[in-house]
Design a protein around this ligand. Structure first.
Ligand SMILES: *Cc1c(COP(=O)(O)O)cnc(C)c1O
Length: 381
């Protein structure tokens, strides 16, 4: 029986505890499990590799992404690292030129030193994607919407290119969440999440996830997951499971407030430029409409006539929005990518894709929209 999204968010991977009937999945705070004789156990040996609370979360995540297998990690970066371990020296990765700063950092500062190369292209342009592939390309790594300029890549068309060239195709689906977008349905082999963001949704856990359909790929990833050991503890898995139960409600509210805030800012005299895929004049709007359920609550703006000092001054005026890294929590956040989330990207590289000193990224929360607008109004005044 296949259920719809909200039912899966609340029930997938979870049943009442067989020993007590507890309705909520218990926090199995244990590192190890009794064996009746060596090698004979109930499927759990040691919690680096398997833990029942984490297993419930992984099954739930897999269900939400329409995948067969889920893996939870101690951070989004640990999940990304696990994928990169599939590569060998000499391999090349094709990825976007507007990426989460930490992804750019692990690519260029960690894996390049092991002889893996990275090619950065504009993934909104299919011709650039196709031209970027060569015989060494082993992985395509896509973010859409991108962080922070919210460019849209056509997931289905890139899937065709990946298949034609037999390249592993991974999508970082953090910005959309499984409620807004399901890359496996559009041809991706693998979905990565920073579950720290929308999936957990309450800014109290750092966690990552991978979801796949292919059993062979799952086994390869599970090997590194267990061998390297970047797996989360049961308490965090419990919190993420609790957060997920309202993912659909939160994403609807984020998208609704996102629209209100974006429309308010669009005509504001202090705003020079606004990025939000819900606008009809956004170059990726039609593709976003085709592959996403709604447009979400992530917005970036360029402040008019503001140097770094003025941008910092405005960033510090907010009372409801909080100036902080991260996104996707119930509370509204603003972030200055150039010095915060994307500080590890060289100035010249980031400015080429629009991450200028007067760009501010907004993660619209689910507070009352009137209060958010009032706060923007006073801060920009
Ligand atoms: C935050 C983030 C990551 C990294 O995840 P962590 O949980 O912080 O390790 C990766 N990709 C995107 C798009 C992110 O926003």
């Amino acid at each position: 029986m296949s259920y719809k999204f909200a039912t899966k968010a609340i029930h997938a991977g979870q049943q009442a505890d067989p020993t007590t009937g507890a309705v909520m999945t218990p926090i199995y705070q244990t590192s190890t499990y009794q064996q009746s004789s060596p090698g004979e156990h109930k499927g759990y040996e040691y919690s680096r590799g398997t833990n029942p609370t984490r297993k419930a979360l992984e099954d739930c995540l897999a269900a939400l992404e329409n995948g067969q297998y889920g893996l939870a990690f101690s951070s989004g970066m640990a999940a990304t690292d696990c994928v990169l371990r599939l590569l060998k020296p000499g391999d090349e990765v094709l990825t976007g030129d507007d990426l989460y700063g930490g992804s750019y950092r692990i690519f260029t500062k960690v894996y390049e030193q092991y002889g893996i190369t990275f090619k950065f292209v504009n993934t909104s342009d299919l011709a650039e994607v196709e031209a970027g592939i060569n015989e060494r390309t082993k992985l395509i790594w896509i973010e859409t919407p991108t962080n922070p300029t919210l460019k849209i890549a056509d997931l289905e068309e890139i899937g065709k290119i990946a298949k034609q060239h037999q390249v592993l195709y991974a999508v970082d689906n953090t910005f959309a969440s499984p409620y807004l977008q399901n890359p496996l349905d559009l041809g991706a082999d693998l979905v990565m999440h920073s579950a720290t963001k929308y999936i957990n949704g309450h800014s109290d856990v750092v966690m990552g996830a991978l979801i796949v359909n292919d059993e062979e790929l799952y086994k390869k990833l599970w090997f590194f997951y267990n061998a390297v050991g970047g797996t989360p503890g049961p308490q965090d898995a419990f919190l993420a499971l609790r957060g997920i139960k309202t993912l659909h409600l939160r994403m609807k509210a984020h998208s609704e407030n996102g629209r209100i805030v974006a429309e308010y800012l669009k005509n504001h005299p202090k705003i020079e430029k606004i990025y939000w895929p819900g606008f009809e004049d956004h170059p990726g709007h039609e593709i976003a409409k085709k592959q996403m359920r709604d447009f979400g609550g992530m917005i970036s703006v360029v402040l008019k006539d503001a140097d770094l000092k003025e941008t910092f001054r405005i960033s510090s005026q907010f009372k409801v929005f909080t100036l902080a890294e991260s996104l996707g929590g119930v509370e509204s956040l603003i972030n200055h990518p150039a010095t915060m989330t994307h500080g590890s990207i060289p100035k010249e590289t980031r400015e080429k894709v629009g991450v200028v000193d007067n760009l501010i990224r907004i993660s619209v929360g689910i507070e009352d929209a009137e209060d958010l607008i009032a706060d923007l109004e006073q801060a920009l005044r």
